[in-house]
Unconditional design. Structure first.
Length: 334
């Protein structure tokens, strides 16, 4: 049973108004086709391009792939949530099982946490390259570190399955939302989540590149200084995506905590989804823009696509000409 001291409003026994149903339905469909489907495709494409690009150092490739996979992980969760919300809000006879809400929330929280920790890991990897060179980074240990990130994020966010910690519920009876119970355990979890998957990784992604720049200035004697500076600049550019991810992960939780008496379930739901899903887009776009080898691959793919379209158009024209000629021959024969 749900705890009576929840500081979030319980919507599970209320039927949603037509306006609320319409708003969430339209918003879910818009998110799917404007953000999520393009975001998943873009992240998947760039993952393949990064994985097959041998010019990038292996440690850099591994961390970037991990970040992109976390983006896809989040995107898949978003697709499941929006499809479920769109179906349920347009068909009142269908009920949203609460355990799916728990799973969707875990899926999103885990993916978002992995992204922030992976970006912090990328900053650490760049710093180690600056300090001691690429050879000092052992691939097997880096893979182990990245795997540990997923394990930590997954296990820590298992708390969403406990109603003593978080109040995962239905907004207006048909859309999943996250609430915080007025309980010490809930506040401890929220504070730890914001620190471990928000503030600390975000500070690391800012502080370590700055320290690395200072390190290069003091010891700018290596031949690879130009490449190191390029990596550091890219590390700072990744802050754009990390900032959006940080906002999407943390802001909705803070809103729920500081505004418990406000009937803002729908607003928080839409805010959380929009911010979190928009954060899927900057990272693959920055990778394409910043890494010339990846950008060249994308250009080649676009050229191949145009060429394929052109060839298809020519084949259709030839087929049409053949059909017209055959018809003309038949008419002449008759």
């Amino acid at each position: 049973a749900k705890m009576n001291n929840s500081i979030c409003l319980d919507y599970s026994n209320r039927s949603g108004s037509n306006d609320t149903v319409y708003n969430i339905n339209v918003h879910s469909v818009a998110e799917l086709f404007v953000i999520l489907f393009p975001g998943i495709f873009l992240n998947s494409l760039v993952t393949v391009l990064v994985a097959t690009e041998k010019k990038l150092a292996k440690p850099v490739r591994l961390v970037l792939i991990n970040i992109l996979i976390a983006c896809v992980f989040n995107g898949v969760a978003g697709v499941m949530i929006d499809i479920a919300d769109a179906i349920i809000s347009s068909n009142p006879s269908v009920q949203h099982a609460l355990y799916f809400c728990h799973y969707f929330t875990w899926h999103l929280q885990t993916g978002g946490g992995c992204r922030t920790l992976s970006m912090a890991t990328f900053a650490v990897v760049v710093y180690r390259i600056v300090r001691g060179g690429i050879r000092l980074i052992k691939t097997k240990w880096l893979v182990l570190e990245l795997g540990t990130i997923w394990i930590i994020a997954g296990l820590f966010n298992m708390a969403v399955f406990s109603e003593a910690v978080l109040d995962v519920k239905l907004v207006k009876g048909f859309a999943c939302s996250l609430g915080i119970h007025d309980h010490v355990i809930a506040y401890v979890y929220t504070a730890l989540y914001c620190l471990l998957f928000g503030l600390i990784p975000y500070i690391i992604t800012i502080a370590i590149p700055v320290v690395s720049f200072c390190q290069i200035k003091r010891n700018s004697i290596t031949e690879d200084t130009h490449n190191q500076k390029a990596l550091l600049k890219f590390c700072l550019f990744l802050l754009i995506g990390n900032t959006m991810n940080f906002i999407g992960q943390i802001v909705p939780i803070i809103v729920v905590v500081i505004a418990p008496k406000v009937d803002a379930g729908e607003v928080v739901l839409i805010l959380e989804g929009t911010l979190l899903y928009l954060s899927l887009l900057p990272t693959p776009l920055i990778i394409i823009i910043y890494f010339r080898a990846i950008r060249q691959k994308v250009v080649r793919l676009m050229k191949c696509k145009r060429k394929a379209r052109s060839n298809l158009f020519r084949q259709q024209e030839r087929a049409n000409r053949t059909i017209m000629a055959t018809r003309a021959d038949l008419i002449m024969t008759l």
